[in-house]
Design a protein around this ligand. Structure first.
Ligand code: NDP
Ligand code: GDR
Length: 340
């Protein structure tokens, strides 16, 4: 009998890579999707199997993390061995615009799943997609499992709630429930409004003559950016241990948004020169044309200035390590967006 996994957020960046990984390991994969006015399954279309086929290995069900009854019903029907809770309103800036909804889905969604598991006495392993955003206003650098949290957005506060209930259900009820505290991870499938993809899409559009200028917020923010394909492997490993625990996944390197821009534009033969400062800063192309301009509308009410992880524990105990370097990641994303 193959193992069954349920992924919330299967239509997202990580959900699609995780579904590929689990299918390659012989799992039967179930994913929750939301009703939307236009079809939004493009990241998993290549994995789709017609439900009329004999014994399809991947199946989709309608559910919402804000709707406990849908979660209960599907858990009861599927009875998965592993549950990966990747579903979330995952955009930090947007969480300032829709804070209550973000709290409901990104925070309470986790406890809805944990409660459903408890009520059904489901002996499943549970993965919660926790985030380096928990560290927020940095208390210690680099950040590791023991670093105190200081959330800086409604998103991060919701993730803090989900982190603690996951840990609490492990300690209270002996459930195999773990948090992966993942630093930023990107790919050609990254959502278009996260900064990395916004930059690489703009490079493609500028080269094709479809866009003149890229408007960005804080160029000095620093992140520990890895490749999403490497990170889903770490999620899976966290559910294969003998003893449940929480782990940081990171590359242990940090780079600024500015550096990301420099590598991305240079890879498309558009090396940048910076001019001006603060709100007036611009990135000029080789012919002096303005290719990047700061627009304060993209600043956040509270910023997370610096994230740098220390994933020693995951490397030692799980045997996990990222394979794609920062430069390789930027090049991979630019090349994919140049082709589009
Ligand atoms: P995405 O934004 O790409 O995907 C989010 C997924 O959640 C989508 O499938 C989305 O569905 C789904 N979703 C949104 N709202 C709901 C809801 N109400 N009910 C059920 N599902 C919902 O995120 P990523 O793939 O990048 O990230 C996966 C998870 O990991 C998220 O929880 C994120 O917060 C977390 N995380 C991500 C990191 C990163 O760098 N990528 C780092 C650390 C944590 P739809 O397609 O319909 O919108
Ligand atoms: P983040 O990712 O907030 O780290 O959350 P994002 O790419 O949105 O921002 C990274 C940094 O870039 C700065 N920035 C901009 N960001 C966006 N989106 N758009 C801009 O124009 C822009 N200009 C500068 C931001 O201020 C920020 O400092 C991601 C999400 O995937 C979360 O779900 C996840 O938990 C964390 O990563 C780890």
């Amino acid at each position: 009998m193959s193992k069954k996994a349920l992924i919330t957020g299967i239509t997202g960046q990580d959900g699609s890579y995780l579904a590929e990984l689990l299918l390659s390991k012989g799992y039967e994969v179930w994913g929750t999707v939301r009703r939307s006015s236009s079809i939004n399954t493009d990241r998993i279309d290549h994995l789709y199997q017609d439900p009329h086929d004999n014994n399809p290995k991947m199946r989709l069900v309608y559910a919402d993390l804000a709707d406990a009854s849908s979660l209960n019903r599907h858990l009861k029907m599927i009875r998965p061995d592993e549950i990966y809770n990747l579903g979330a309103q995952s955009h930090v800036k947007v969480s300032f615009e829709v804070p209550e909804y973000t709290g409901d889905v990104t925070g309470l969604g986790a406890i809805r799943l944990l409660e459903a598991m408890r009520e059904l006495e489901l002996d499943a392993r549970f993965y919660q997609a926790s985030s380096s955003e928990l560290y927020g206003k940095v208390v210690e650098t680099p950040q590791k499992e023991t670093t105190p949290f200081y959330p800086r957005s409604p998103y991060a506060a919701a993730k803090a709630y989900a982190f603690w209930v996951t840990k609490n259900y492990r300690e209270s009820y002996g459930m195999f429930a773990v948090n992966g505290i993942l630093f930023n991870h990107e790919s050609p499938r990254r959502g278009e409004t996260f900064v990395t993809r916004k930059i690489t899409r703009a490079v493609g559009a500028i080269v094709r003559g479809e866009q003149d200028c890229l408007y960005l917020g804080n160029l000095d923010a620093k992140r520990d950016w890895g490749f999403a394909g490497d990170y889903v492997e770490g999620m899976w490993r966290m559910l294969q241990t003998d003893t449940p625990d929480d782990y940081v996944l990171s590359t242990n390197e940090t780079h600024s948004v500015r550096e990301f821009c420099e590598i991305a534009f240079t890879h498309a033969d558009l090396p940048l020169t910076w001019e001006g400062q603060g709100d007036a800063e611009k990135g000029l192309g080789p012919d002096g044309r303005t290719l990047i301009q700061v627009d304060p509308r993209y600043y956040r009410p509270a910023e997370v200035d610096l994230l740098l992880g220390d994933s020693t524990r995951a490397r030692t105990e799980l045997g996990w390590e990222p394979k794609v370097s920062f430069t390789e990641l930027v090049h991979m994303m630019v090349e994919a967006d140049l082709k589009k």
